[in-house]
Design a binder for this molecule. Sequence first.
Ligand code: PHB
Length: 418
Amino acid sequence: MSDQLERYLDFRFGEEVHRRDFLRLGLTTAGMLALAACGGDNGAGTTSDNSAAGPDFKVGMVVPQSKTYAALGQSLHDGFLLYLDKVGGKAGGRKIVVMQGDEEDNLPAAQKATQALVEQQNVDMICGYVASPIADALCTQYLAPQKIPTLVMNAGVNALSRAHKSPYVYRTSFTNWQPTHPMGDYLNNQGVKKITLAYAKYGAGIETAASFKETFKGQIVAEVATDWPSTVDFSSAISKISAAGADVYSFYSGQDAINFFKQAKQVGLFDKIKFYGSGFAVEQDVLQAIPDAVPVGAVTGLHWAYGLDVKENNDFKTAFQKKYNRQADVFAVQGYDTAHVVVDALNAVKGKLDKGSPDPFMQAIAAVTFKSPRGDFKFDSNSHNPDQSIYVRELKKTSSGLVNTVLQTVPHVVDPGQ
Ligand code: PHB
């Protein structure tokens, strides 16, 4: 992990939860827990063939239900439930029940939600986390030390695949290094010589910028980092980007991306310069919210593309649209794949997971492989993170709406974590 990020994490702790108080906080927080969906219902009213003999398998899901990344949390949750539908809501002879807590966009809230699920609801495992500093802190200081099986569903913080790696924490999404690393080479090959880096100034944005610098050979003419999650007014960032005059490489997501693009559109910023970045900024959550303000022609890197034309993706997009009446996005894919991992692992151990001795279940998680909407899914054993393709995508306006289409596939992009 970079010194800069390490300092950032220390700052966040100092600001909100002092490290030594961490484990003492939030022990009586049942009130804020939002209990939600039950995986046993397949949406068609045909819950199961009642062969779920064991006790319910309780998944505690902590994702944002409010604030900057609320839409991401919704998609993660919805994707997860869609996969459970597919298997009748059970695995290893147990009905899978999902209990939710709100990550919001800050550590104290996410910590309370997590502790309530673990200490009051007695969940069997935790799935969740969208924001890097939150996932890093909770996995490293709360979940892993208690050997609570954890699947990180989004947050890309590199450390969880490197210095903070744990046998009890796997990730179904990406590292912040991953979607961007091939993009520097792509821009070099396109002859791009000058870039302005624009990003949210916290773990994910900082690590995205660092990854880009590893491969981009041109000049970084300006670096415009906006406070996160507090920035709503991007006008000064937009002025700086405009003054620098170079194309942009970026990290923004969720409501940040919406605010940034809306304000950039008002001054015609992307009429003059090109938008590159990690692909979250132009995912379907943003495209469906502000179709007229997004930079058509944007070229971004990500581990999935709406336009990826493989059967698993086409089936997934159709089922998601049918159930939720909106387009799927990368976060929905991650939720769907996380449930797939849980189901396959639980089947492999025949429903057996002993609290305090989760090693067989974790080994079953590590061994799961399948065909995902994103392509072949498998964990890299060094980084506990997917060994996956990164797609270089171009945002195109098509007869069926705005679609990220695949320009290039870079196979087996594996985080360098050892
Ligand atoms: C992160 O904080 O790791 C993060 C958040 C939102 C994204 C991607 C990464 O879309």
